[in-house]
Design a binder for this molecule. Structure first.
Ligand code: PGA
Length: 252
């Protein structure tokens, strides 16, 4: 199977103002020539400043959401084109907090992903089960359904990343066992290959997300089909995110 590229992605969520750019500077200094891709998705207000500050570094900047339409009367929303104009290379779509807070369906996520990819962004598409769904033994059914409905046709290894984020592991400090991560990632990989073919589906980066910390990153990155992480809380401080990046580099 083609080796997927490795990605350490940070999701700052609704955290951080201009003072937080110092963390980006520290991260860039700590990783001048990384062997993996590094992406930080700050709040929308910081994208332009952050991408300008990181222009000569290996750190890429991304958005946390975009609208499915290219432009128009959508107060408060941001288009894929605007993200690119501000310097973003990627956008997180279908995060469980968007699915919950904004009632985004997988169909909404697919429409956004299509627009983002067409604009030239990498779509980081999130899927994940709730604790109830896991306890009812429905995890793979839920993930299979979300994948089928959230990913547009024609996804490639260059324009799509999939992030498996069990909802019960996000911000809770609870992490699935590596056997549980392995089972879901293997399932996702099989589905991606079946739908997009060996070359694209086999090389499309597959991230794990949910309470990734410096202390558990080595073990998580040693798991088959884990090509990196989508990190929330531990991406806010360079001192936390940097060892996670180093763990990913060491796993390659
Ligand atoms: P967490 O968040 O690392 O704080 O658990 C992960 C995410 O929501 O992407």
């Amino acid at each position: 199977m083609t080796q997927a590229r490795k990605l350490a992605a940070g999701n700052w969520k609704m955290n951080g103002n201009r003072a937080a750019l110092a963390e980006l500077e520290a991260l860039a200094r700590a990783h001048p020539d990384p062997s993996v891709d590094i992406l930080i998705c700050p709040p929308a207000t910081l994208i332009q400043t952050a991408s300008a500050a990181m222009a000569d570094t290996a750190i890429q900047i991304g958005g946390q959401d975009c609208h499915a339409k290219e432009s128009g009367a959508h107060t408060g929303d941001i288009s894929a084109d605007m993200l690119i104009d501000a310097g973003a290379t990627s956008v997180i779509l279908g995060h469980s907090e968007r699915r919950e807070d904004h009632e985004e369906s997988s169909e909404d996520v697919r429409a956004k992903a299509r627009t983002a990819q067409a604009a030239g962004l990498v779509a980081i598409i999130c899927v994940g089960e709730s604790l109830d769904q896991r306890e009812a033994n429905n995890t793979l059914d839920i993930i299979g359904g979300q994948l089928a409905a959230s990913l547009p046709d024609g996804c490639t290894a260059a324009n799509t990343v999939v992030a498996y984020e069990p909802i019960w592991a996000i911000g809770t400090g609870k992490v699935p066992t590596t056997a549980q991560i392995d089972e879901v990632h293997d399932f996702i990989r099989t589905r991606l290959i079946r739908r997009f073919g060996e070359a694209e589906g086999g090389a499309l980066p597959l991230l794990y997300g949910g309470s990734v910390k410096p202390g558990n990153a080595v073990e998580i990155f040693a798991t088959d089909n884990v090509d990196g992480a989508l990190v929330g809380g531990a991406s806010l401080k360079a001192g936390d995110f940097s060892p996670i990046i180093s763990a990913l580099e060491a796993s390659t």
